[in-house]
Design a protein around this ligand. Structure first.
Ligand SMILES: Cc1cc2nc3c(=O)[nH]c(=O)nc-3n(C[C@H](O)[C@H](O)[C@H](O)COP(=O)(O)OP(=O)(O)OC[C@H]3O[C@@H](n4cnc5c(N)ncnc54)[C@H](O)[C@@H]3O)c2cc1C
Length: 493
């Protein structure tokens, strides 16, 4: 019997996960990727002896990646070399306070005491986080729930009340944690989905549990080794991968899609399409839907974008851990400026990765390689910023780092690379340069993303950060597995 043919548009982690899962279900799968390599935002830059993760640098929930290997009788660790990190994060404040995050309760209690927080508050907060995670994971994550009907059926009214629906994420943090230091730190777990702790719903407080219960992981040699390991598995499963193969159009007939047209003009027929291109750009650019339909998608506003700055240094800053956060003096203002005013923040919270702290292969001996990532607004078409605006902001970021202890940073830079939201959009065709897909906002969408199956074309599915459960590596990998289940259920009712 001929296998049914599935085409996946894009080879981000969501696309790869869907391709592997569908190949495991017996479909003939081909991926068309516009770029010269697989991985999408999981990307790497190597130059002058430095190696930078251009995209993700924190791996969480590796067991979700492990399932892709286990379903083919293989083991993740034979393909991807992972290890845990200590501390998880180092947090720097303008007044000189430094506090680390550890998953071990005793060590975390010591850090809490250091900033005047009662360790019991942290324990209680983490219990609250664990309860929320259990709730969200059981249905929304694992069952791949998409619609309000799905939710009502799975959770029922009683469980729904447990989502802490009347608070924001910050409101949930503030209930338990009393010091500004730990409030700022736990609010910033929202970074995993590029949203605002002051505007996302309280159940986003499930995020710390992911790190505290399942640990925080690094991939030796850099995170791009995840793409290499998954690429090997795809080859072994016979998934066809077409690189430099941009999809320019999706052909449709009535309520079905029939295939894709690549930029070279060739038509490729398919029984089922899975788009790893985000929902809004795909409907707009590939399916050319009218404005009336596109307006129904406006609630799926993009998550934030970022300034992605890589610096190769001729020295090391020993005070840095592998993962570091330099907090805004006024974090509430930071969130409001980025997510409501949509302006570049005067005093941003900055994420800084110094992978050279624990991985000697990513920088020359005695040198640090830094990836610096402040979250900034997605591209505002009505008020667009220029590359020069972003570069002026970059100077502000570096000045803040120098002020907060990285003395003479600029004098030690021997290699520099910088991507603005304009580059991110161009590179991945993400909606307005978003780096995590759709924003999680209590008022706009209650943190729901678009459904995985198209509401217009029955054999068109979506995977990745713009559909449920949203952005972040583990979530899009889970999404790929759930999309495959949806395809099978639809194809074999
Ligand atoms: C700087 C940065 C830091 C991050 N940090 C972390 C982190 O530490 N931990 C974490 O878990 N997550 C992190 N993320 C988020 C994470 O990288 C993403 O959520 C995830 O990788 C997105 O996967 P995806 O499947 O949604 O698609 P993407 O990675 O966006 O892939 C989509 C793919 O589709 C291709 N494509 C689009 N349109 C077409 C077309 N028309 N034809 C052909 N191909 C097309 C694109 O080229 C791309 O390869 C970070 C992201 C960035 C950018």
């Amino acid at each position: 019997m001929n296998k049914k043919r599935v085409i996946v548009i894009g080879s981000g982690l969501g696309g790869i996960s869907a391709a592997i899962s569908l190949a495991q279900e017996g479909y003939a799968v081909a991926i068309h990727e516009k770029n010269a390599q697989i991985g999408g935002k999981l990307n790497v830059l190597k130059a002058q002896g430095y190696s930078f993760d251009l995209g993700p640098s924190i791996l969480t929930l590796p067991h979700l990646f492990g399932r892709l290997f286990e379903r083919s009788g293989r083991k993740l660790e034979d393909y991807i070399p992972i290890r845990t990190l200590r501390p998880h994060w180092r947090n720097f404040f303008e007044d000189g306070t430094v506090v680390d995050l550890y998953p071990e309760p005793e060590k975390m209690a010591e850090q809490a005491r250091k900033v005047g927080e009662d360790p019991v508050n942290v324990e209680r907060f983490l219990k609250y986080s664990a309860d929320l995670y259990e709730l969200v994971n059981d249905g929304y994550f694992e069952q791949g729930l998409d619609t309000s009907d799905d939710f009502a059926k799975f959770y029922g009214l009683w469980k729904f009340t447990k989502f802490d629906l009347f608070r924001t994420m910050h409101g949930g943090v503030k209930r338990f944690l009393k010091t500004r230091y730990l409030q700022d730190v736990f609010d910033y777990f929202i970074k995993y989905v590029g949203s605002s702790a002051y505007h996302s719903p309280a159940f986003m407080n499930c995020l710390p549990n992911i790190q505290f219960r399942y640990d925080l992981w690094y991939v030796d040699g850099g995170l791009y080794n995840i793409a290499i390991g998954l690429g090997k598995l795809m080859t072994e499963l016979g998934v066809e991968v077409h690189l430099n193969s941009e999809v320019a159009e999706v052909r449709k007939q009535g309520e079905r899609v029939t295939g894709i047209v690549t930029k070279d003009g060739a038509f490729h027929a398919a029984d089922i399409l899975v788009s790893n291109m985000e929902v809004i750009p795909a409907y707009e650019k590939l399916l050319r839907e009218d404005t009336q339909f596109l307006r129904t998608l406006e609630k799926y506003e993009p998550a934030c974008s970022g300034l992605v700055l890589e610096l190769g240094l001729d020295c090391q800053y020993p005070q840095l851990a592998h993962h570091n956060f330099f907090f805004s003096e006024h974090q509430r203002e930071h969130f409001h400026t980025v997510f409501r005013k949509r302006q570049l923040p005067p005093d941003p919270t900055i994420y800084l990765v110094a992978a050279s702290r624990t991985d000697p292969t990513v920088a020359p001996p005695g040198c640090d390689c830094l990836k610096i990532l402040p979250h900034i607004p997605f591209i505002d078409d009505k008020n667009p910023l220029t590359r020069e605006d972003y570069l002026a902001f970059k100077e502000r970021v570096v000045e803040k780092l120098e002020r907060m202890g990285l003395k003479d940073l600029r004098q030690h830079v021997v290699f520099e690379h910088c991507w603005t939201p304009l580059d991110i959009q161009q590179q991945y065709y993400s909606n307005k340069g978003s780096i995590y897909g759709v924003v999680s906002d209590r008022f706009k969408n209650l943190a729901f993303k678009a459904p995985k199956q198209s509401t217009k074309y029955a054999n068109l599915f979506f995977v990745g950060g713009s559909v449920n459960p949203g952005g972040g590596m583990p979530m899009v990998v889970l999404c790929g597995q759930n999309v495959a289940k949806k395809v099978v259920a639809w194809d074999h009712p």
